[in-house]
Write a protein that binds this ligand. Structure first.
Ligand code: NAD
Length: 306
């Protein structure tokens, strides 16, 4: 199903494989071709939950590497009541699109809820009409909620699973089959380091992200022979609108850094750190990485068994 009109495969053959061959032969001549600038030129990306924070950083990194980027977001602060913080606004979404365009690539805004499969199918048609078929899919939208295990309501459980797991599955089920038909593409999902262990205070979020990891590995299995890879990044705590303030921030800094959770001397990563990892997994340099969950976790991951 693969073809050599695939820009990812072409670049991989011309750059990565040659670089590997050159290294084997004891020369580094081909390594200069690995420079990321323009590496994704001509490719179309779609990032869900891209109006702000991690999703926006992913969109910007892909744009800096030359991809045109459609940004999909629910874009309504009150759209999912009871989660304890506002979702992104239409202004956030429009600003993200403008920042992507400022990188010299095309962009478009799509307002949709990833729980709504029909809306995602309309989104796919809109992106294909305006930018072209999607080469790089970044399902990133999610809600981050917490509740003591024995106090959690059924609604709190259901909405986390519905957005984070069902919504991510909807996104992949709508956008990945056309990639498989075309014989090329990348799916890079935003999971979480909490999908590596349990947690008493946010079982609904943890379980939804463990489900996402299983979904990614299954998508990878389904799409591998069609030339499509599926991976995830698993970030530790990242700066967001949910940051604690004042004393609570100091306590969080203490609890998360220097072996508290992260092994390294940092509590909260910046969104761009996640953008870098996603952009790498979307690039020709990651052509043969699939089914992998990549921790971007400042060493929190040293305690996982594998
Ligand atoms: N911030 C962290 O500490 C952290 C750590 C690990 C993983 N993550 C993951 O990173 C991703 C982004 O999180 P963030 O911290 O940037 O949060 P965020 O709330 O800033 O961004 C999430 C975006 O998704 C959008 N969104 C939410 N529900 C949606 C829906 N149903 N349909 C469409 N859009 C929707 C929101 O409007 C928002 O723009 C999530 O998958 C989250 O689970 C975050």
């Amino acid at each position: 199903m693969t073809d050599d009109t695939d820009p990812t495969r072409r670049a991989m053959l011309a750059g990565g494989a040659l670089a590997a061959a050159a290294t084997t032969l004891g020369t580094t001549a081909a390594r200069a071709q690995d420079a990321p600038a323009g590496e994704l030129a001509g490719q179309i990306a779609l990032v869900t939950g891209g109006a702000r924070a991690i999703g926006r950083a992913i969109a910007l990194e892909l744009a800096r590497m030359g991809a045109d980027v459609a940004i999909l977001d629910i874009a309504d602060p009150e759209a999912i009541p009871g989660i304890g913080y506002p979702l992104a606004s239409r202004a956030d979404l429009d600003e993200a699109v403008e920042l992507v365009r400022a990188e010299g690539v095309r962009s478009m805004a799509i307002v949709a809820d990833i729980r709504d499969e029909a809306a995602l199918r309309e989104a796919r048609a809109a992106v294909e009409a305006e930018l072209g078929p999607v080469d790089i899919l970044c399902p990133n939208a999610a809600i981050v909620t917490s509740a003591a295990f024995d106090e959690m309501t059924g609604d709190e459980w259901r909405v986390a699973i519905d957005v984070n797991l069902n919504g991510t599955a909807n996104t992949i089920r709508v956008f990945m089959p056309p990639m498989m038909e075309r014989g090329r593409g990348r799916v890079v999902v935003t999971s979480s380091s909490v999908a590596r262990h349990g947690s008493a205070g946010n079982a609904q979020y943890v379980a939804s992200k463990w489900g996402v990891n299983g979904l990614v590995k299954s998508a990878a299995a389904a799409a591998a022979s069609a030339g499509v890879t599926a991976t995830a990044v698993a970030p530790t705590a990242v700066e967001s609108v949910r940051m604690p303030e004042g004393d609570a921030l100091e306590q969080a800094n203490e609890a998360l850094s220097n072996g508290g959770y992260n092994a390294m001397d940092i509590a909260f990563l910046e969104p761009v750190e996640i953008g870098h990892a996603v952009a790498f997994l979307a690039s020709p340099r990651a052509a043969f990485i699939t089914g992998e969950i990549v921790d971007v976790a400042a060493g929190a991951n040293i305690r996982w068994t594998a």
